[in-house]
Each structure stands twice: as structure tokens, then as C-alpha cells.
Design a protein around this ligand. Structure first.
Ligand SMILES: *[C@@H]1O[C@H](CO)[C@@H](O)[C@H](O)[C@H]1NC(C)=O
Ligand SMILES: *[C@@H]1O[C@H](CO)[C@@H](O)[C@H](O)[C@H]1NC(C)=O
Ligand SMILES: *[C@@H]1O[C@H](CO)[C@@H](O)[C@H](O)[C@H]1NC(C)=O
Length: 399
């Protein structure tokens, strides 16, 4: 905008600048870094480069958020936390869609209005409830409905659809079953389902990001129906690329098998701390780690209640399984570190090293002789086990 002649940035040089610009400055977005000649630029280099560090950093801090968070003019999409140090390649893609509404005729949980689950403060909430036959039937019903909704959502997974689209499907399927999607407004969670791709351990918020061939995606569905909650989640492969990626198959199938092994051990008298021993031992044998920050939980008229079920070995959880108890087991298994980092949205929990993670969850009822998987798969449920890609199997055989 100025019409004054540009001055050379060379040290001690008084000449007017030529059109020669410092390429590093261009990259860093530092403007007006012109020199009169290549020689002058070279001569000034050792002093000039200090500018890259100072100006570059300052400019980065001032400009980066603004530049990156400006909505893409074509789509209106933006990253709401542009300065956050993400651990992997995944980014939130905002804006979130408008809040979805559940008709008043469907029974709402107490947090639907103000976002606060009050029972957390209730006395005696550490007591583990034993459900009578009628309550057990109610749990059977809501868990079957939750399975139906998860299957409908899973059938919609394909490269090119957004996680917000999955949320819309879950929301509608809940309404069709006269159920409230329990996550909606639970501690102010903005959506009706959790969608957790790739390095997201859990509690991912459905947004405008499209699923890519090669992603893995956990869908976590909880329904509230006639006063009871039913909760399950599974991890799915998006497209065929993920099924051909040995690491993705290893983490997903290990998580699936960890849950299956733990469930096999459920029967009256088994200590809750035992499940973590089974899960972590198996995960380790597959070169995977076990996330420690999130546990399985009691579930019934309450979304989350006693007992707490850690998934790692040598935990000290007291108590044992008794007939009539309903709780979840939901191992989260990672390819790298078990440590987690939460995004500034206060929900999305990711692995600290950005490596992939997978999870499976069922709601279980302890019976007189063993266990009933209330959220069990149906013969036509989408997803299910995938075998190791042939190439990786061969490599392993050769080892
Ligand atoms: C960002 O995260 C990486 C990986 O965890 C870490 O090495 C780096 O120091 C972090 N940077 C900042 C500015 O926090
Ligand atoms: C699976 O469900 C459990 C129980 O609600 C939850 O704690 C966990 O975070 C869910 N997993 C994911 C990936 O959302
Ligand atoms: C996350 O929690 C912090 C601390 O409680 C709060 O200041 C911040 O506004 C929250 N962020 C969002 C997106 O809700």
C-alpha cells in the first residue's frame, strides 16, 4: 500500500531493495523481507535468520489461530481449537449441527434440561443394586433396542458420510423406539451418540468430518427407555482399506477378543478386579496397551453407577459379581501408549501419541449360573470379526 521505495533488509545496507525475497520469510508469512542482491542476502544471513525464530514464533502465535480457524469459504467449516497441540492427524470439523430435539411424549432423563445428572450426589449410590425379575426384563428390553439402534448406525458407515450424519440416524432411530438417547445433554454433551475415530479413545462428538476409507470408528449408543438405560459400543472398519491394515485389524480385534474373554469369566462370585487381569494380559500378548482412565460401570435406572470395573491388571476394585447385577465391561485398547489427552471440547479423549485405539462394550446381566449379554449381536448385525490381512500373517509366520 505504501508507495515509498522498499529498503534492502541487508545488515548496514542503505540501498533500495530488489524483488529478491528471503524464502524462509515467505514460508513463515513474514512480509517485506526484501534484499538488494543475493550477495547482500548471504552476507546478512547469520543475523537475519534470528528474525525467523522471533518473528516466526510471534507471527505464528498471532496469525495461526485466526488464519486456521477462519471458516473455509467453500464449506463454512472450521477448526474450533486451532492452537491446540493435537496428538494425531484428526481435527474437529465445526460447526456442529443444531441441537436435535426429542419429542416431549418420550420419557426424558433428568439431565435433558440442565445437563446435570443429579444422582451423582445421591447417598447410597455406591451400593450395587440387585435387579428383580421385572427390572431385569426392562433392562433386556432397552438393551435390545440399543442393539437395534447401533446396528442401524453401523449399517450407515461408509467413506464419505459425516459423523454428524451417523448422529442424525441414531437420533431418529431412538425416537422411533420411543427412547431418549442418553448422551444427549448428559453433562452438556451436545449430541445423541459418541463417534470416536482412529486415535479417539472415547466420547468423540459427531461433527462435519467425513469418514475416510481406512478409518476405524467406534459408535457408542445408549438408550433411555421406560426408566432404564442400555449401553453398548463397537468399533467398525470404514471401507476396505482399514481391513487390509494389519495394525488397525490388530487393535480392533484385540479389543473385541478382550471383551469376549472377560465376559466368559462373568459368573456369581467372580471378583470385579479379575476382569482387568484377563483383559490386560491378552492385550499385552498382542502388543497392545490398556487404557486406564475409563472404566466399565453399573447401569440400570442410572446411566453410570456402582460397580466401577477397571480394565487394567492388578486393580484393587472391591466386590464381586452377584445374580441380578447389571454392569458394562468395555475395554479400550491402544496400539501405543495407554495415556490419554482430552481435547479442549472437554469430551474427545485421544491417545497421547496419536496411535489408534479401539473399544467394545456390552451391558451384562449376572445370572444364577453365569452371564446374559443383554446387548448381544444379532445374526444379521453389521460388523463382526475380521481376520488378519494375509500379508501380515505371512510376515508373522516367518518371524
Ligand atoms: C506437542 O505435543 C508433542 C507430542 O506430545 C510434544 O512433543 C510437544 O512438546 C508439544 N508441543 C507443545 C507446544 O506443547
Ligand atoms: C462405550 O460405552 C461406555 C459406556 O457408556 C463409555 O464409557 C465409553 O466411553 C464408550 N466408548 C466410546 C468409544 O465412546
Ligand atoms: C472446558 O472446561 C473448561 C474448564 O472447566 C472451561 O473453561 C471451558 O469453557 C470448557 N470448554 C468448553 C468447550 O465447554
Amino acid at each position: 500500500m505504501s508507495s515509498a521505495p522498499r529498503k534492502c533488509l541487508g545488515v548496514g545496507c542503505e540501498k533500495a531493495a530488489d524483488s529478491l525475497q528471503c524464502p524462509t520469510c515467505i514460508k513463515l508469512g513474514i512480509k517485506d523481507s526484501f534484499f538488494c542482491s543475493q550477495e547482500c542476502f548471504k552476507k546478512s544471513w547469520s543475523e537475519h535468520k534470528a528474525l525467523h525464530r522471533s518473528q516466526g514464533n510471534i507471527l505464528h502465535h498471532i496469525l495461526a489461530p485466526k488464519v486456521v480457524s477462519e471458516p473455509d469459504p467453500a464449506t463454512g467449516h472450521f477448526n474450533p481449537f486451532p492452537t491446540f497441540n493435537y496428538t494425531g492427524a484428526l481435527r474437529p470439523v465445526y460447526p456442529l449441527s443444531p441441537k436435535r430435539v426429542i419429542p416431549k411424549s418420550i420419557r426424558h432423563p433428568e439431565w435433558s434440561e440442565d445437563g446435570v445428572p443429579k444422582y451423582r450426589a445421591m447417598p447410597g449410590r455406591n451400593k450395587i443394586e440387585i435387579l428383580d425379575a421385572k427390572a431385569q426384563d426392562s433392562m433386556r428390553k432397552v438393551c435390545r433396542l440399543a442393539r437395534e439402534v447401533l446396528d442401524i448406525a453401523a449399517a450407515a458407515i461408509r467413506p464419505g458420510v459425516t459423523t454428524d450424519y451417523i448422529d442424525e440416524i441414531v437420533h431418529k432411530a431412538c425416537i422411533e423406539r420411543k427412547s431418549y438417547p442418553s448422551p444427549l445433554n448428559y453433562n452438556h454433551f451436545p449430541k445423541s451418540v459418541c463417534t470416536s475415530p482412529n486415535e479417539v479413545i472415547c466420547h468423540g462428538i459427531p461433527d462435519q468430518r467425513v469418514l475416510l476409507d481406512g478409518d476405524i470408528l467406534n459408535i457408542d449408543v445408549t438408550l433411555y427407555h421406560e426408566g432404564f438405560h442400555g449401553d453398548l459400543n463397537e468399533t467398525y472398519y470404514v471401507g476396505d482399506k482399514a481391513k487390509a491394515d494389519p495394525d488397525s485389524v490388530r487393535v480392533v480385534e484385540t479389543a473385541r477378543e478382550c471383551l469376549d474373554l472377560a465376559i466368559k469369566a462373568v459368573k456369581p462370585g467372580v471378583p470385579f478386579r479379575e476382569f482387568g487381569n484377563i483383559i490386560e494380559k491378552y492385550a499385552k500378548s498382542k502388543g497392545c496397551s490398556t487404557i486406564r482412565s475409563y472404566c466399565g460401570h453399573g447401569i440400570n435406572r442410572l446411566f453410570h453407577c456402582a460397580p466401577n470395573i477397571p480394565h487394567y491388571a492388578k486393580n484393587k476394585t472391591p466386590g464381586e459379581a452377584k445374580p441380578g447385577m447389571t454392569f458394562t465391561i468395555e475395554p479400550m485398547i491402544a496400539l501405543g501408549s495407554y495415556r490419554d489427552v482430552t481435547w479442549p471440547d472437554n469430551w474427545t479423549s485421544t491417545t497421547i501419541d496419536g496411535k489408534r485405539t479401539a473399544q467394545f462394550e456390552h451391558t451384562l446381566l449376572v445370572t444364577e449360573t453365569g452371564v446374559e449379554i443383554l446387548t448381544a449381536r444379532m445374526p444379521d448385525s453389521p460388523g463382526g470379526p475380521v481376520s488378519m490381512p494375509a500379508e501380515a500373517r505371512e510376515t508373522n509366520d516367518r518371524k
